[in-house]
Structure formats: structure tokens, C-alpha cells
Design a protein around this ligand. Structure first.
Ligand code: 13P
Length: 251
């Protein structure tokens, strides 16, 4: 049985004060049987770490450098994130790939750096609307996954988390149907299984893209969907907690 995860990706949306109060509201309500993660921007990590310390809520960052140290202005390394109490790091979010030029190779390098620092990457994959409509969903997703195998070998996904986030479903209110999501999740697990069955069986595979309290339960009920990566609905504690509860076993 894989422990379900729900991670809130706050993106560039909270003030210093609202990040701490949102974290407090989330941490106040324990959700049995689900690992709950909050991912503020880097400059809010220290504050939020203090708020969630001693609670069941884990801390995640939204990106990490591929480099450990050196002349890389503006970057933050995984080792530094670990110093602030991060357990998880989102890597390869579609906004990073499309807006900031994070290539498949650089995402793979970042993923590796996160693992080397002892943290757990949440590696995002997903296709655009055009790619889906032209029947290329799995070609795109497999290529994003393959970059990690190319760099790190068959064990690339051991103790990792992968988030399938179709780009057309992010922030649009359009969710992949539970069947559409399950189909891709199953294919991702099979693709990883072909390299390393242990990693594939243990892999926690999250769905992201317009998840909300109204659709979470049906998505999370699918056998290969082990939780969610939540954007908009993570900015209201009540909605986020409802999504977290929907991931609990036997809800
Ligand atoms: P939304 O839940 O707002 O669609 O965002 C999903 C996302 O990008 C999480 O990383």
C-alpha cells in the first residue's frame, strides 16, 4: 500500500504573512493516512518551516538548482533547501519548462541534485493541449521520463514522486477525467516498471490540474493515482484540507 500524498503548490501567490497563516490553518487539522505537503516560494520557507515544525505537514520547495554551489546567481541549491527543513522539491513543473526554459536535461540534473541532497523530488510531466490532440501524450511524457533514465540509470525513480499534470488542465478549470488520468498514470508506471519493477511499484504518482474538493475523490479512487499536486485549491485551507481528506484510504 502506497501512502497517499497531497502537495499544495502555492506558486507565486502568497505574501509573507498569508503564507504563514495558510500553513498554520493547514497544520491545525491532521489528516490521517495522507502525507500533506506545502510548497511556498523559497523566501517563505524559513517562516513556514517554523509553523509546520512538530506537525504532520511536510515542507516542499518549488524548484532547485542542478548545482551544489558556485557562481550561479539567483539559484538555490538542494542542500540549502534541506537546511531549511524541506523534505520535497518540485522539479520540472510545466511553468518552469515553458516559461523559464528548464529543458529535459536540466530537469533531470535538478532531479538528481535533489536526490543527492537526500530530499525527495516531485517530478512533473505532462503534455500540452496540442500534443494531446495530435495523439502524442505518451510520446511527450515518456521523453520527459527518459531524460532521467539517461542521466541516472534504471534506478532513477527509486524513492521518487512523479506528478502527471496535463498542461491544458493547469489553472484552467478543465480537469482530465478520472479515466484519462488513470490511463496516463498506468502508462507511466508501466514505463518505469520496464526499467525497475521495485521503483515502479513503490512510485507515488500524483495527478495535478484543476483538482478541487468536488472532483478529488473520484480521481484519487483510481488505482494508479496516489494523490494530487494542487494549485488554486491549495490557496484556501478549507478547500485544500477537503482535497487532502479525499486522498485518505477508504474515504
Ligand atoms: P491548479 O490546481 O491551479 O490547476 O494547478 C495545478 C498545478 O500546477 C500544481 O502544480
Amino acid at each position: 500500500m502506497r501512502l497517499p500524498i497531497v502537495a499544495g503548490n502555492w506558486k507565486l501567490n502568497c505574501s509573507r504573512e498569508s503564507a504563514s497563516s495558510l500553513a498554520r490553518e493547514v497544520a491545525e487539522v491532521p489528516v490521517a493516512g495522507v502525507e500533506v505537503i506545502v510548497c511556498p516560494v523559497s523566501v517563505h520557507l524559513a517562516d513556514v518551516a517554523q509553523v509546520v515544525a512538530g506537525t504532520d505537514v511536510a515542507l516542499g520547495a518549488q524548484n532547485a538548482s542542478a548545482q551544489e554551489s558556485g557562481a550561479y546567481t539567483g539559484e538555490v541549491s538542494s542542500t540549502m533547501l534541506a537546511e531549511f527543513g524541506c523534505k520535497y522539491v518540485i522539479i520540472g513543473h510545466s511553468e518552469r519548462r515553458s516559461l523559464f526554459g528548464d529543458s529535459e536535461k536540466s530537469c533531470a540534473q535538478r532531479h538528481q541534485a535533489v536526490k543527492e541532497a537526500g530530499l525527495i523530488p516531485i517530478f512533473c510531466v505532462g503534455e500540452s493541449l496540442e500534443e494531446r490532440e495530435s495523439g502524442n501524450t505518451m510520446t511527450v511524457v515518456k521523453s520527459q521520463l527518459q531524460a532521467l533514465f539517461d542521466l541516472a540509470g534504471p534506478k532513477a525513480f527509486n524513492n521518487a514522486v512523479v506528478a502527471y499534470e496535463p498542461v491544458w488542465a493547469i489553472g484552467t478549470g478543465k480537469t482530465a477525467s478520472p479515466d484519462q488520468a488513470q490511463e496516463v498514470h498506468q502508462a507511466i508506471r508501466q514505463f518505469i516498471f520496464a526499467q525497475d519493477s521495485d521503483s515502479a511499484n513503490a512510485l507515488r504518482l500524483l495527478y495535478g490540474g484543476s483538482v478541487n474538493p468536488g472532483n478529488a475523490q473520484e480521481l484519487f479512487a483510481k488505482p494508479d493515482i496516489d494523490g494530487g499536486l494542487i494549485g488554486g485549491a491549495a490557496l484556501k485551507s478549507k478547500d485544500f484540507l477537503a482535497v487532502c481528506k479525499a486522498a485518505a484510504p477508504n474515504t
